[in-house]
Write a protein that binds this ligand. Structure first.
Ligand SMILES: Cc1ncc(COP(=O)(O)O)c(C=O)c1O
Length: 396
């Protein structure tokens, strides 16, 4: 293995993964803010709802750990019936495997020799590692790195219209299938198709139509498999935005849901089948911020900015005070626009210095990646423990 990857791998697998109990429970306003707060009851209900929903339709639950990056949460998902977990990258997989998760699908192609050697290093006898492949170059990198006594399941990643990763060309599909079949270290595990650009289409019917159409367009690839006499064990894809759409698709064996576990403002603004808000899952994750400065009457400044919230989509929202508007004010600050120009005139403008407010996060995955731990809130409303976000920064 190249020394750079070896160093990077050793740095991530040495990280703490276990929960830490607090000696004395704390209220949210006693936390060092900005603080990522996770409500365990709501998260558990979200996990149960998703697992039961997929089970009802005979589909597997293969949750994506790129959302939470936390082995403790991955274990809870496995206990709730997950068939395995997904990670986006090799480093995330390394953290999960090291923490004892036994079935991991890496949903991004591993295409270079250094990453392939890292895959080889984390492959142990108790681990089922599934990889996606979409190029001959990528497969060649794996073939030159995996030891003779190891076995890796390969899924062929298919693209239709997203244009991010995946095979479109039939000839390449067949060449890769043959390459996998002709090497004993690999076995053909199935198909992956992820249409991420569909997940946040606001209108339910349009999202449904696009997702079903996307899978329909893969029919020629399934025909090719049939002609070769090959039946895929796994056909995986989908996400939170299509959790109640893709379950009707025959070939799909399991769904890679990620954000449902926490929810975020971006998803809450996506319509469900009978509401203009997303249905089925509640907000489990917030960032608590403290009001720290008020240079003018019309606004008050909190201690969370770009380093506390991902800023690639909508703005944070305070459910307790929905009339407040949050504006990013740099790396470390957010400015709350108070509804009244005269603080004290009404209840809302009474946000006072020192007050702690919780905000729904704009986009959960990249927000989680900005924090070291979840502060875990239990049913009594108090924080009892912290759970390390062990795969924070694992984007290689
Ligand atoms: C390949 C893949 N599968 C599943 C997901 C999960 O998506 P969501 O968070 O919308 O459930 C993602 C998220 O980006 C992804 O990239």
């Amino acid at each position: 293995m190249s020394s750079a990857v070896e160093l990077a791998l050793n740095a991530v697998i040495g990280r703490p993964t276990e929960p830490v109990m607090l000696d004395t429970p704390l209220s949210v306003d006693q936390l060092p803010t900005p603080a990522l707060v996770l409500d365990r009851e709501i998260m558990t209900a979200n996990i149960q709802t998703m697992s039961q929903h997929l089970g009802k339709y005979g589909k597997g639950f293969r949750p994506h750990a790129k959302t939470h990056k936390c082995p403790t949460i991955a274990r809870l998902q496995m206990e709730a019936g997950a068939v395995g977990i997904c990670t986006a990258k090799v480093s995330e997989a390394a953290v999960m495997v090291h923490a004892g998760i036994e079935c991991v699908l890496i949903t991004s192609p591993v295409s270079t020799p250094d990453k392939a050697s890292a895959v080889n290093a984390i492959l142990g006898s108790r681990v089922t590692l599934l990889l996606v492949v979409d190029s001959m170059e990528g497969f060649a990198a794996l073939a030159s790195a995996i030891d003779d006594d190891k076995r890796v399941g390969i899924l062929l990643d298919l693209d239709v219209s997203m244009g991010r990763t995946g095979i479109r060309d039939d000839a390449l599909f067949l060449r890769l299938l043959e390459a996998v079949h002709s090497d004993d270290r690999f076995y053909f595990a199935g198909i992956q198709h992820y249409a991420g650009h569909i997940m946040h289409i606001p209108e339910f019917e349009k999202r449904r139509e696009k997702s079903l159409r996307s899978w329909e367009r893969l029919a020629s690839k399934f025909d090719l498999l049939e002609q070769q006499g090959v039946t895929p064990d796994i056909v995986t894809g989908g996400g939170t935005g299509t959790f109640d759409i893709d379950v009707t698709l025959d070939p799909l064996t399991d769904i890679q849901v990620g954000s449902y576990i926490f929810m975020d403002e971006e998803y809450r603004q996506v319509a469900g089948p009978t509401s203009d808000r997303f249905q089925g899952f509640d907000l489990a994750l917030t960032v608590a911020c403290t009001a720290i400065s008020q240079p003018q009457n019309a606004t008050i400044t909190v201690d969370g900015g770009y380093k506390a919230f991902a800023s690639d989509s909508v703005n944070p929202v305070c459910d307790a005070l929905p009339d407040l508007q949050f504006r990013f004010a740099g790396d470390e600050h957010g400015v709350l626009i108070l509804p009244s120009e005269n603080p004290g005139d009404n209840e809302i403008s009474a946000v006072r210095l020192g007050q702690v407010l919780e905000f729904a996060v704009p986009h959960c995955d990249p927000t989680v990646n900005l924090h070291d731990q979840y502060w875990i809130r239990e049913a009594d409303g108090m924080i009892h423990s912290l759970w390390p976000i062990s795969a924070r920064g694992c984007s290689w």
